[in-house]
Design a protein around this ligand. Sequence first.
Ligand code: PBG
Length: 367
Amino acid sequence: MKDAPEKMCCEGIDKCNTERDGGDYIKIICCLMTDCFPPTRFPATRMRRNRRTDWLRCLVQESKVTVDDLIWPIFVVDGDNQRTAVESMPGVERLSCDLVGDEVGKARDMGIPMVAVFPYTDENLKTPDAREAINPENLVCRAVRAIKSDVPDIGIMCDVALDPFNSDGHDGILKEGIILNDETVEVLCQQSLVQAEAGCDVIAPSDMMDGRIAAIRETLDSAGLENVAIMSYAAKYASGFYDPFRDAVGSGGALKGDKKTYQMDPGNTDEALREVALDISEGADMVMVKPGLPYLDVVWRVKETFRMPTFAYNVSGEYAMLRGAGEAGWLDYRKVLMETLAAFKRAGADGILTYGAVDAANYIKSG
Ligand code: PBG
């Protein structure tokens, strides 16, 4: 540090500097706040000066949400000309493949770079081995082809996990009450392959099986799909915030028990770093933390530790809270959505999956 103060202003500050983030920066701030490091404090220093006008506030703003940061998750359903409301997610509709291109085109026109496609699978197609997941003609593959042909310049991301196709509602294959890891990974590889062949640009394994990133990378590469990227749901927690999503894809009713043997315990963050480290070592191009807002500390630690392209999933329950409270007149949805997205950027996220993506794009555009 330049111009070190002659005396230490806070007991033990050197220790706290080295152990916590910031180092010298914290020291300077502490010195400023106490008396020993000239020049300024109140009244010479007035923090409110930089907040005085709009133009000044935007000059000093540290992080900013732009439309480039947004990934829009969408739900697709079988049939023609179908739009069905998702009751627990006001404003969200499942769309049939003939309508999806139009809606995605509008998102592209607003500048949204990528959509994430999730299928609502017909109950009759769900089996214990989730075989519909690897059908190249399944709903999600048809939707991907429809979007690719209608809107070729938007990115398409697809979830890799068996829950929309599994009659047990789990992300993996269940046998005698246990989710089988290695058998599931084999199916996930096939699922990744059919999705990538349909035109998916970013494969996003959300299943939390061990070893799946390496296995999927190898499967894609040996099929000549080396340019298909992998965004791993690297730190995904066993969360109560997913329930509206399970309603949207129709997997909630089937699910017995919980997902705690594969999704993470909400109390853990060191474990999240191990998960992320493993996925990076196995070939993930981008990593994700999920849910989002209740796990901002994890987003922060992941970004600080690995400096990887890092994403956060502002999940269905988070959306439902804001949107529902907005509809009840308890919160201003626009304000709290934009504030939430700003929080993700501040925590270090490079991008955010949010059901509010189109709303946010509109708000950003209208200023
Ligand atoms: C499937 C999956 C889930 C979500 C994304 N992919 C649900 C779950 O793991 O049970 C949740 C997304 C959301 O809540 O918005 N594995």
